[in-house]
Design a binder for this molecule. Structure first.
Ligand code: FES
Ligand code: FES
Length: 352
């Protein structure tokens, strides 16, 4: 049984453990305004609000949303921002078949509330995670720009979301400096490891073993704090192999590590910092990750945090399972489950 709060109502749902939130919303709650397209986190059709943040409901299990406030398109009937957006979408002919529209509205509402008056370039960046296959984006962007310029003031839904705050994430490390604030994108993520912290730290303090656990990563050199390596990434239509240098620092006492690096592959560039810390969690461990990054070149269109959050979660899960396999002396899985699926989806779409 999972207890969800959907559009302000409490719902008790009986569903298998691995049912994703979108299926529960549609099939158990009967709220079919949330659409499913790719079911791989790419198209954005399934976007709902979880504690007020746009979230791909195909990428989280329903039980992960337990205790949080889930808002679907049906929950925005009375919302003044959504009302203004509906009218603007009509005026600017911002939909044709309407399949993408519920997800678009969720993202559009977030843009209006979060950014206010904003130019079309930024709107297109923010919409990178919502695909429309028939209308084109011109009308959608114009509709959002028009509403964002006036930014309707009354937001009762936002107030209701604020009444159910998400638990604040713990500080990554008591005295650890935060990941470089100058990097434009930031994300925090947690994973539970089914191994004790001492065992996990043996791997997380060894660059070669870390690299073995990350699908697509290869360590070329490690001398003192200097590391050199490459990382193969397939994202959407892009398959890139970043080669670069980094600086690795480890804090044994705090069971904490930090890697700062940058790399290039042709027109694509990446610069980033990742900090990790281990904490005991009963017999297991909790792995806390904090990331900051900047992408340049064609790959930069995937920088949007809402899109990257799901991707990073999938990568971190791949990494965590490999780490557990290493600790048990088993072979790691070298191929990322998520990246390959994503690329396959894009190729199929392009063929169509
Ligand atoms: Fe969830 Fe496409 S169905 S992102
Ligand atoms: Fe048809 Fe966007 S209106 S997919």
């Amino acid at each position: 049984m999972i207890t969800l709060h959907v559009n302000g109502a409490r719902r008790e749902v009986s569903a298998p453990a691995r049912t994703h939130l979108a299926d529960v919303i549609r099939e158990h709650c009967g709220l079919t305004g949330t659409h499913l397209g790719c079911e791989q986190g790419v198209c954005g059709a399934c976007t709902v609000l979880v504690n007020g943040a746009p979230t791909r409901s195909c990428l989280i299990y329903a039980h992960e949303a337990a205790g949080m406030e889930v808002t679907t398109i049906e929950g925005l009937d009375e919302d003044p921002v959504a009302e203004a957006l509906r009218a603007a979408f009509n005026r600017h002919h911002a939909l044709q078949c309407g399949y993408c529209t519920p997800g678009m509205m969720m993202t559009a509402r977030d843009i209006v509330i979060r950014l206010g008056a904003v130019d079309e370039t930024r709107i297109r960046d923010e919409l990178a995670g919502n695909l429309c296959r028939c209308t084109g984006y011109r009308g959608i962007v114009r509709a959002i720009a028009e509403v964002a310029a006036t930014r309707p003031a009354a937001l009762p839904l936002a107030r209701r979301e604020a009444a159910i705050p998400a638990p604040p994430p713990p500080p990554l490390a008591v005295n650890a400096p935060p990941v470089d604030a100058a990097l434009p994108n930031h994300l925090e993520h947690r994973e539970t490891l089914a191994i004790p912290p001492d065992v996990a730290w043996l791997i997380l303090s060894d660059p070669a073993r870390i690299a073995d656990c990350v699908p697509g990563m290869r360590l070329i050199r490690h001398e003192g704090t200097l590391v050199e390596g490459e990382m193969a990434v397939s994202l959407g239509p892009f398959a890139v192999r970043f080669a670069g240098l980094g600086t690795l620092t480890l804090d044994q006492a705090a069971r904490m590590g930090r890697l700062r690096g940058q790399g290039r592959d042709g027109a694509n560039g990446a610069e980033g910092e990742v900090q990790w810390r281990l904490e005991p969690d009963g017999e297991a461990s909790r792995l806390l990750l904090e990331l900051g990054w900047r992408l340049t070149g064609p790959l930069a269109q995937f920088s949007r945090p809402a899109l990257l959050r799901g991707v990073v979660a999938a990568m971190a899960a791949d990494f965590a399972r490999n780490l557990e396999r290493q600790a048990r002396g088993e072979a790691v899985v070298a191929k990322a489950s998520f990246w390959g699926l994503l690329l396959g989806w894009w190729r199929a779409l392009i063929r169509r």
